[in-house]
Design a protein around this ligand. Structure first.
Ligand SMILES: NC(=O)c1ccc[n+]([C@@H]2O[C@H](COP(=O)([O-])OP(=O)(O)OC[C@H]3O[C@@H](n4cnc5c(N)ncnc54)[C@H](OP(=O)(O)O)[C@@H]3O)[C@@H](O)[C@H]2O)c1
Length: 261
């Protein structure tokens, strides 16, 4: 199936590794030009080189998206370097391990800024560019901890649930302008950042990190974790021409982790 992404321009946040990298790579494989943002320059440059190998324009912009200035710089820089933005993927996020007792106000500020407010600010600053885009799409990356209780995942649950609400509201506000806004909820995905996350969840549950990994795999219907590419492929569809009548929707890519009907 031709997704109709060839020649489009996408800005992807948190794209030097993990799920963001996989989403940007899936888009580049479809012929979509990509702008990638992250803080660390070395990994970002490598990711850009990987995307360029697909024959598209790929640019990396070093930006700290935990503040408005960084988000504005990435939105404007991506538009300038690619010649516009048709697709925004709000992927950036991370987990700060901890419990209600152990997490400090600083921890909360950091995690909410990166996991929730970065999507809000990026959307705000990318919108003027998206409004001039071709079949504009916004895809927000949330996570199954935003739809189902995942003990030990306090600092991702709260922003993930917020992202789902944000997507719905924005879908309502931007529908008349023909901009679709959807939400993808990955299940537990084998990315570099999972080492510390599993350790943190293990502490809360009083088990080992390996126990946590095995328990999560056992909770899925497929009996395994996701590979980042499996999230990237669905994301590419959701921002494509083929998903033209989908908006305000939350799509779980979780191997059957969530069990509600
Ligand atoms: N992995 C999972 O199991 C899972 C499950 C559900 C949902 N998710 C969600 O999927 C998204 C990606 O997760 P992941 O596991 O792929 O994360 P990851 O491996 O930790 O990658 C995070 C990416 O974001 C960048 N980044 C982090 N903080 C940043 C900041 N302040 N400004 C700019 N860039 C920043 C990182 O590069 P630098 O450090 O160089 O900046 C990196 O490129 C997150 O929103 C996460 O909540 C993940």
């Amino acid at each position: 199936m031709d997704l109709g992404l060839k020649g489009k321009n996408a800005a992807v946040t948190g794209a030097s590794q993990g799920i963001g990298y996989a989403i940007a790579n899936a888009l580049a494989q479809e012929g979509c030009n990509v702008a990638l943002a992250a803080r660390g320059e070395e990994r970002l440059n490598q990711a850009v080189a990987d995307m360029q190998a697909h024959g598209v324009t790929a640019v990396g912009i070093v930006a700290d998206l935990s503040n408005e200035d960084g988000c504005k710089a990435f939105a404007d820089g991506a538009a300038e370097q690619l010649g516009g933005i048709d697709i925004l993927v709000n992927n950036v996020g991370g987990m700060i391990p901890g419990t209600l007792d152990s997490l400090s106000p600083d921890d909360w500020e950091r995690v909410l800024n990166v996991n929730l407010m970065a999507a809000v600010s990026m959307t705000k600053y990318a919108l003027p560019h998206l409004k001039q885009g071709r079949s504009p799409r916004i895809l927000n990356v949330s996570g199954v901890s935003g739809t189902q209780l995942l003990p030990g995942a306090l600092t991702t649950t709260i922003p993930n649930a917020g992202i789902i609400g944000f997507s719905k509201v924005m879908a309502g506000e931007l529908g008349p302008a023909g901009i679709t806004v959807n939400n993808i909820c990955p299940g537990l995905t084998s990315t570099e950042s999972w080492g510390p996350r599993a350790e943190a969840m293990a502490k809360v549950r009083g088990v080992t990190a390996d126990d946590v990994r095995a328990a999560i795999a056992g909770q899925t219907l497929l009996g395994r974790w996701a590979e980042p590419e499996e999230i990237g492929n669905v994301a590419a569809f959701l921002v494509s021409e083929k998903a033209s009548y989908m908006t305000g929707t939350t799509v779980e890519v979780c191997g059957g982790f969530t069990r509600y009907i």
